[in-house]
Design a protein around this ligand. Structure first.
Ligand SMILES: C[S@@+](CC[C@H](N)C(=O)[O-])C[C@H]1O[C@@H](n2cnc3c(N)ncnc32)[C@H](O)[C@@H]1O
Length: 205
């Protein structure tokens, strides 16, 4: 069993923790077969991936349609959907992941944990507009490229939440050459150099 970090203490119910543990165990079982994350980061699953994803849930509006792109092994979407199950069960998640084996894993996790989520095993470029209230993506591509997806799939009142590594400021500067938007950079709880970018009111320059 893990230790809940101080910044999240009080926000994780016993039932949520049980489901997070269930996902953790399922993830390790599948990771041995299909490499959902690198072997080096698997031992740090709680801090590097699960708690890192939980901070996205803390920032997000609840009871919305939420799209997650390039969901991979489920970060942040499955972790947020677990919190949603216990805190805002009408939050509906659409996960877009083009890798068929990862999509099968995601569908298995959704079924076993009883989450309000569906998986599109397609390329983001190929799907119909989702008109989502929240869009997240972690470790998928640079901000300027992510904003192309946001422009296609976010509702006019929506927002994007992108966990970004330590070069987030230069990605932001590059993106501002092609786009205008409001952005709050929330310092990451799991890495002081990293940030979760919260982006609204996107327009092409
Ligand atoms: C580096 S992984 C990140 C996975 C997860 N978000 C995380 O943070 O651990 C990127 C994922 O995006 C998926 N992906 C890449 N390009 C995609 C596209 N155009 N459409 C859908 N999925 C894509 C890949 O298959 C891969 O699983």
């Amino acid at each position: 069993m893990t230790i809940i970090p101080d910044w999240l203490a009080g926000d994780v119910s016993r039932e949520t923790l049980q489901d997070l543990q269930g996902f953790h165990d399922l993830f390790l079982k599948w990771n041995a077969k299909i490499n959902l994350v690198s072997r080096s980061s698997a031992p740090e699953l709680w801090n590097r991936h699960i708690w890192d994803s939980a901070q996205v849930w803390k920032l997000a509006p609840k009871s919305v349609h939420w799209a997650d792109f390039g969901s991979g092994g489920g970060f942040p979407a499955i972790i947020c959907a677990i919190f949603a199950k216990h805190e805002a069960p009408d939050t509906k998640f659409t996960l877009v992941e083009s890798d068929q084996r990862k999509s099968t894993f995601l569908r298995t996790a959704i079924r076993e944990l009883g989450l309000n989520a569906t998986v599109l095993a397609r390329r983001i470029e190929e799907i119909e507009p989702l008109n989502a209230d929240v869009i997240s993506a972690r470790a998928l591509s640079q901000l300027s490229d992510l904003l192309e997806f946001v422009a296609q799939h976010m509702s006019s009142e929506g927002q994007a939440l992108f966990p970004k590594g330590e070069i987030w400021q230069s990605e932001l500067d590059a993106a501002r050459k092609a786009w205008t938007f409001n952005c709050i950079a929330h310092t990451s709880y799991t890495d002081a150099q990293a940030a979760v970018l919260q982006i609204k009111e996107l327009k092409r320059v």
